[in-house]
Design a protein around this ligand. Structure first.
Ligand code: PLP
Length: 355
């Protein structure tokens, strides 16, 4: 039976991408060698890396604007400390909107003073704080565009006079933004791009080289830029599949085309959460709701077994909420079709009718 994969990550990828990836693992470019057997220095893989880097910049509208794209390893979690290692001389400003921002703050504190400009921690991160000041004398301002665990998303980014750094792990390539507002964007691949194992980092080059500390080569963005993202052996499979997904997105019409579908999916599900008396959304302010991860509860515990049974019968996978929020979380990344959200809504209505 067809599965409807609502998993928060690693998560759904387009079927055509998985098909091409499987073929490349068996025989890449008719070389009679697997993609994961060939040298990363061969012209075949160098082309993959270059194409993936260019596609990332093209989708974000950042070509020829002084930005470089890198595919690094260590996950978004390594970026929590690389950002601070490379940019934090004295002081950095952070907006704390969830577990991942919290972790980024913890790492940054190892390198200098951290000002938390605002937080929703005391309300279990169920809203996005809005009225805050970004100190002009900080080296950079860091925020998390989409809070995967809590289901909140920044829909209006602040104006920042200092470089703005953003963790876009769970909503990159899902909506159109003026990406040139950001000086550094990072995102683990395993939501909207590819398999875990690589992290996209997009950096405006002129923000680098301003800290006085020595930076180990592997953690130094300048080294990775100079080496065209090939300082050491890259995660070839993850980069290749990310390239395929970025090509898939381009064929669909790019970010603006997928954004329309993402809006339809989010509207369909949130309308049902608000209409159906059995369910309630977790996020306090509707305007802060995430279009990627919708968090909600079933109000009546006695109906849980019925709901779970119906989900299973419908082939719905990965709907459990994160342990710090409980309830349910429907992750609706780019590759999830509208039809899957309709199946979930149908299940919610079946439970309402007393199945
Ligand atoms: N940032 C966000 C917003 C995330 O959703 C995640 C993981 O889900 C991370 C960071 C951590 O990513 P990684 O596991 O690649 O280190």
């Amino acid at each position: 039976m067809k599965k409807h994969n609502f998993s928060a990550g690693p998560c759904i990828l387009p079927q055509s991408v998985l098909q091409k990836a499987a073929e490349a693992v068996l025989d890449f470019n008719n070389l009679n060698l697997s993609l994961i057997e060939i040298s990363h220095r061969s012209k075949y893989f160098v082309e993959v890396m270059e194409h993936a880097r260019n596609l990332a910049l093209e989708h974000l509208g950042l070509q020829d604007k002084g930005y470089k794209a890198l595919f690094l390893q260590g996950g978004a979690s390594l970026e929590f400390l690389m950002v601070a290692y490379n940019l934090l001389e004295k002081k950095a400003a952070y907006l704390n909107t969830g577990t991942w921002s919290d972790k980024a703050i913890k790492e940054a504190k190892l390198f200098g003073e951290v000002v938390e400009v605002a937080t929703s921690k005391s309300d279990n991160f169920n809203f996005i704080p809005k009225n805050f000041q970004i100190p002009k004398d900080a080296d950079y301002f860091h925020c998390t565009s989409n809070n995967t665990i809590f289901g909140t998303q920044i829909h209006e980014f602040p104006e920042s006079e200092i470089p703005m750094v953003c963790d876009m792990s769970s909503d990159i390539f899902s909506r159109q933004l003026d990406f040139s507002k950001f000086s550094l964007i990072y995102a683990g691949a395993q939501k909207n791009m590819g398999p875990a194992g690589t992290t996209l980092v997009v950096i405006k080059e002129d923000i680098l080289g301003k800290v006085s500390r020595a930076i180990p080569s592997m953690l130094n963005y300048k080294v990775h830029i100079y080496k065209d993202s090939m300082f050491n052996t890259p995660a070839v499979f993850s980069v290749y599949v990310s390239m395929l997904t970025l090509e898939w997105l381009k064929d669909l019409g790019g970010i603006s085309a997928i954004e329309k579908v993402n809006n339809q999916k989010a509207e369909l599900l949130y309308n049902e959460i608000d209409r159906n008396p059995l369910f309630e959304g977790f996020v306090a302010n509707k305007e802060d709701r995430s279009k990627m991860n919708a968090t909600f509860n079933l109000k009546n515990d006695e109906l849980k077994a019925t709901f779970h049974n119906q989900l299973k019968q419908a082939g719905i996978n990965g709907l459990n909420g994160h342990r710090s929020v409980g309830g349910y979380r429907a992750s609706m990344y780019n590759a999830l079709p509208l039809e899957s959200v309709q199946v979930l809504v149908d299940v919610m209505q079946t439970v309402e009718r007393g199945a």
